[in-house]
Design a protein around this ligand. Structure first.
Ligand code: SAM
Length: 446
């Protein structure tokens, strides 16, 4: 055993997918690649005053729930972390991660409900983001674990079948037409990313080319040959994104077909444009939107604010019963789609405001009965939470894909007159450590 190596037993799983253990002198060690109950030899990667980050080098006593990962890139590709654990156990681990995050933050056990599983553990993703890699043969890759390097891939197990057909077909076309892949360090080239969006309910596939430059002279021909090979592709889009720090942003044009794909649910249908957010897992999104709706127990006279409303997924579901719904969203493309979606579904009691949630809330004084919010991973933040408290809704439903920012924001509410009724985790992202949650809060004096 070397100097920076330690033998440890994993106590439990914690947020970020780490196995938590302690050194003999009580220091907490967060181990990457180790599961509860395992004995592992770890290498220390980073040490802070009272915390060590480590990585599992060898598993001496493996969890009985380990399995062979289905994907040959597992361990190299940064996309999946839990694929070598059987699915039932992944669910248990995620539920315990949520329980632990709340216990640690609130100092008591809260009502954390049983995790809602995904109908399928593979092939579930509604969007796959790949990066073009230059070379004699152009390849498509994913980000490596803990690195900015790329792993070329020929297939992704969490991508739907249609997306994998595109991943297999496109590199030959790009290579034959000599499309220059963008080099991020030299800032040269054209094609940065290929993104594939898939609508499960309609079997529509959208292929998006993200380019550094406005001109993409290969676009029409790539699109034509791609369609000759895969005629079922619904739309091909070029997004012009000059910024290198975000993947999918910027003006776009349609190279083939419609500029949207459509997803239908039990009661509503949604048009999804290339650059707007949409939930990553269709069947879990359906369960989530129904759970949000059920938790509100609407009577029909409520005014509901849906913050971070995207293309209107939750707003429209809620508008089927509520008196009035106001969605707030900063992406112009998403707001435009949300308004179109309200029209398509014949909902006249929904309005969408384009703007930053905090700014909109600061100028908002009307009566609100319910607030639903579904912010990005960074959470809503203290100022937004305080504005919600000022509006005094009787119920708040907070949907989150990041437990650490969820508990941080809920602590702001718990210090006021709101109490957490229950939290329900959803497995929106099988094979990864990520977990979606819905927290339902009520105003104590109502
Ligand atoms: C996790 S998505 C939720 C979308 C929607 N609720 C759904 O279920 O499809 C978060 C959304 O918040 C938007 N957003 C992020 N920061 C924002 C802000 N400060 N103000 C308004 N919208 C914001 C994003 O554009 C994105 O559409």
């Amino acid at each position: 055993m070397r100097d920076n190596e330690i033998l440890l037993k994993v106590e439990k799983a914690v947020n970020g997918g780490y196995g938590l253990s302690r050194t003999e002198d009580g220091k907490v060690v967060l181990i990457e690649g180790a599961y509860p109950g395992e004995e592992v030899l770890v290498r220390v990667k980073r040490e802070k005053k009272d915390l060590i980050f480590a990585t599992a080098l060898r598993v001496l006593k493996p969890s009985p729930f380990r399995r062979e990962p289905k994907c040959k890139y597992f361990g190299k590709c940064g996309g999946c972390q839990f694929m070598n654990l059987n699915y039932e156990e992944q669910l248990k681990v995620k539920e315990s991660i949520v329980r632990e995050a709340f216990r640690r933050s609130f100092g008591r056990d809260l009502d954390i409900r049983e995790i809602v599983p995904s109908d399928g553990e593979y092939g579930y993703r509604t969007k796959i983001e790949l990066t073009a890699i230059s070379g004699r043969r152009i390849k498509l890759g994913m980000r490596m674990k803990n690195s900015h390097e790329l792993v070329p891939i020929e297939r992704c197990e969490v991508a739907p079948k249609r997306a994998n057909e595109v991943i297999q077909t496109l590199p030959d076309i790009l290579t034959a037409l000599k499309v220059p892949a963008y080099n991020f360090s030299r800032r040269e080239g054209v094609l940065k990313h290929v993104i594939i969006r898939y609508a499960f309910s309609t079997d529509q596939t959208m292929v998006i080319f993200v380019t550094k430059t406005e001109s993409f002279k290969w676009g029409k021909l790539v699109s034509k040959i791609l369609l000759r090979n895969l005629p079922w592709i619904h739309s091909v889009i070029q997004v012009m994104n000059f910024r290198d720090d975000v993947v999918l942003r910027g003006p776009y044009k349609t190279l083939h077909g419609e500029g949207v794909i459509t997803e239908t649910f039990d009661w509503e249908e949604f048009q999804i444009p290339p650059t707007a957010f949409f939930q990553s897992n269709y069947n879990v999104a359906r369960k989530l939107m129904n759970a949000v709706f059920d938790s509100l127990n609407l009577k029909g006279n409520e005014v509901v604010l849906d913050l971070y409303s995207g293309v209107g997924l939750l707003s429209l579901r809620i508008s089927s019963v509520a008196k009035r719904v106001i969605g707030v969203e900063k992406s112009r493309v998403a707001v435009k789609a949300a308004k179109a979606n309200a029209n398509i579904n014949g909902r006249r009691n929904v309005r969408f405001l384009e703007g930053d949630v905090l700014k909109v809330l600061k100028g908002y004084d009307d009566k609100v009965d319910v607030v639903v919010l579904d912010p990005p991973r960074s959470g809503a933040g203290k100022k937004v939470m305080k504005e919600i408290v000022r509006l005094g809704p009787r119920k708040i439903v907070y949907v989150s894909c990041e437990p650490s920012t969820l508990v941080r924001d809920l602590k702001v509410l718990e210090s006021t007159e709101y109490s957490i009724e229950f939290v329900k985790p959803f497995d929106m992202f099988p094979q990864t450590f990520h977990v979606e949650n819905m927290a339902v809060l009520k105003k104590v004096d109502t």
